[in-house]
Design a protein around this ligand. Sequence first.
Ligand SMILES: [Fe+2]
Ligand SMILES: [Fe+2]
Length: 172
Amino acid sequence: MLHPKIENALNAQLAREAAASSNYLAMAVWCDQQSLDGCARFFYRQSDEERMHMMKILHYLIECNAAAEVPGLQKPAAAFPNVQQVFHAALEQEQAVTRSINELVELAQECSDHSTQHFLQWYVGEQREEEATVTKILDRIRLIGDGSMSLYYIDSEVEKINAQVLASETEA
Ligand SMILES: [Fe+2]
Ligand SMILES: [Fe+2]
């Protein structure tokens, strides 16, 4: 039996992962429409990953015989001033999710819920990786600057990072 506080907090996290998936999908569509194919691929993939994060929580709740609520979705932001802002928004979203995962871990500790603490460790590692990837992209964007070919170079760099992420996942 999960503590009701844990059950509620996990359902709230499930909703956050669903919102993150929807936000990333809107970012992917925006990038696709700007012909930023590498960036679009990055965000389509992120959107799929966030859905997978949501599904893991859903299955955990069901496994624990707890209530699992499929969340309703708010319309995500669909317009962005530039690709730099898209990645800034992505980093802010990841940082907010990291904070909520950390709060969940603390709650599981308070409730002496070892199973949920163990379950959440995967998310702790995942957040570190995702923040590192988006930070790396923002660093490259800063290095590239905003010269006439910058969008082309940003997109090529993101495509390289896509390939690195894919390669590291096949190794794992
Ligand atoms: Fe996530
Ligand atoms: Fe994420």
